[in-house]
Design a binder for this molecule. Structure first.
Ligand SMILES: [Zn+2]
Length: 533
């Protein structure tokens, strides 16, 4: 049994109705709201009155629950793909001045992957964002994905969320955090959460009432479209991606497909948004949609398989590799089908079939470096899953510049494969590589966890426990982090009293002391915030 709130499902924080009306019924008109209702909102993006630190801490309190949710997914391969689209958007927003140095420094700018088949993306307070796997498998190109991410990014940079917090200010930010979490729990896909349908309808009704208080205004949605469009084109994405994504959403909207498109509930296709989009489109030269690349086709297939679609769908995905028409399809399409089939067979532990599909995928050839990289990672993943970690290591270890090139997936997967060999010498290499990686990416909780097992393999209990503690800290679970640091401290004392602590061990012990003090401070702050609000 999981004891925490099951989060994320389909619906989200920032969808919904006409907030001005609902909110003013609930509470006295606050100055910010009076200002919002007064006129045409000449400048939505000036940040309201909510300090950045307050918004960030509210976001952290929500993100902490996300990281504990079983549907939070740190898949380094999809994560790298998402980052390859997200980072240029951040750079463009910086270039355009929407992402100020202050905002950049104080917010998290984290995008979490959520194991959900429905189509959604969302922005939380403090620069925490989320993307459902369903969105990645539904879009036809990185450009379409960029258009959605740029829209969400703009909600954050235009401080729309700060305005919403200001609206709810009378109740305190932490109450708002609880409302968001409650809504996430209620919006869970019933079959996935084990919730009965009747229950789901009931909490669904409550969620609708909460949603009506947490919606972005129509003007904010239009602004996020306008600014987001500017950001994505500045970043070099095809404007056509915005147009085709918008068409997809409009079409789903006409079909009233709320179940698989929760995104539509948070971003209703209002007539204003549609006419803005049409006006933008008229300025564009007539062009066909941005093509689906082999890279995108493979990542889209990966997202589909990792969303746990059930055995029948996995079989269907695998079957597609056997259709006679496949050979006539574009190379990108073939790559996507063969990648998906490999992974689908692997999930069913049909390793021989998986290997056949993987071999066909490699034989396609002509991939660019990025696509080659994910094909290689898939082969290594298959080797590891089928019990041959040594082969996985040999496939990946020639790519030694992983740290320099920020190739996170290769770095993590190689270290995992080394640990899986159960050879202490491999554990040592893995721990060394990860130390280098973590010195540049200290917030990488997964890397800390792999490092913990690498230290365990070498029999280095002290560093293993510290790495576990760091992983908990990076997941913002300060209570659990303090517990682990205390365990590390006790072990260090015991080792010292037995004369087993060498010079490096003493250094590690003093790091542990310092980190424990810091985490205890963070835990006190966290408890205080909860108490006050
Ligand atoms: Zn929006």
């Amino acid at each position: 049994m999981k004891h925490h709130i099951p989060l994320f499902a389909s619906r989200f924080f920032h969808r919904l109705g006409v907030w001005g009306v609902c909110v003013s019924l609930l509470m006295p008109v606050a100055p910010v709201q009076a200002q919002l209702n007064s006129s045409r909102l000449p400048n939505l993006g000036d940040g309201a009155e909510v300090p950045l630190g307050v918004e960030r801490r509210l976001g952290e309190s929500i993100a902490r629950e996300i990281y504990r949710d079983p549907d939070y997914l740190d898949d380094p391969v999809l994560g790298d793909y998402l980052q390859s689209i997200w980072q240029p958007l951040l750079a463009a927003a910086r270039q355009r001045g929407e992402l100020t140095p202050e905002l950049e420094q104080q917010f998290a700018w984290d995008v979490a992957l959520i194991r959900e088949r429905s189509i959604n993306a969302f922005a939380l307070p403090g620069g925490y964002l989320g993307v459902h796997l369903g969105l990645i498998s539904a879009v036809s190109s990185g450009d379409e994905l960029a258009s959605v991410l740029a829209h969400e990014l703009s909600h954050v940079t235009q401080r729309h969320i700060a305005r919403m917090i200001a609206q709810q200010g009378r109740q305190g930010p932490m109450v708002m955090g609880a409302m968001i979490l409650g809504m996430l729990a209620a919006s869970r896909t019933p079959s996935a959460s084990g919730m009965s349908a009747a229950n789901a309808v009931m909490v669904g009704g409550q969620a609708a009432a909460i949603q009506s208080q947490l919606n972005f205004s129509r003007d904010m949605e239009r602004e996020a479209d306008r600014v987001g469009y500017g950001v994505m084109t500045e970043a070099g994405y095809e404007p056509q991606g915005f147009v085709t994504m918008f068409e997809k959403l409009q079409q789903a909207s006409r079909l009233n497909d709320n179940g698989s498109f929760p995104y539509l509930r948070s971003h209703p296709m209002t007539t204003e948004r549609i006419s803005d989009a049409q006006a933008r489109q008229q300025l564009l030269p007539k062009r066909s949609a941005a093509p689906t690349t082999a890279m995108h086709a493979m990542m889209s297939a990966r997202a589909q398989v990792l969303a746990n679609p059930g055995i029948d769908v996995l079989r269907t995905i695998a079957m597609q590799a056997h259709t006679s028409t496949l050979a006539a399809a574009s190379k990108a399409k073939q790559a996507g089908v063969l990648y998906g089939a490999t992974l689908a067979e692997m999930k069913q532990r049909n390793f021989a079939e998986a290997r056949q599909h993987a071999t066909r995928l490699q034989a396609l050839g002509g991939f660019d470096a990025n696509a080659q990289r994910v094909v290689r990672l898939l082969a290594a993943e298959l080797a590891l899953a089928s019990g041959d970690p040594a082969q996985a290591v040999s496939l990946l270890e020639s790519k030694v510049s992983v740290v320099a090139t920020h190739d996170r997936a290769t770095c993590i997967q190689l270290a995992q494969s080394r640990v899986a060999t159960r050879k202490p010498a491999q554990g040592k290499v893995a721990a060394g590589d990860l130390s280098l990686w973590l010195s540049q990416h200290p917030r990488d909780a997964t890397a800390w966890l792999v490092q913990a097992s690498a230290y365990e393999l070498q029999g280095d209990g002290l560093r293993a426990i510290r790495a576990q503690a760091e992983a908990r800290a990076m997941e913002l679970d300060y209570g659990a982090a303090v517990d682990r640091f205390k365990a590390a401290q006790m072990l260090a004392h015991q080792m010292a009293s037995e004369g087993k602590l060498d010079r490096a061990g003493h250094m590690e012990a003093s790091i542990i002391d310092a980190r424990l003090r810091e985490l205890e401070r963070l835990r006190r702050e966290q408890a205080l915030e909860r108490g006050i609000n």
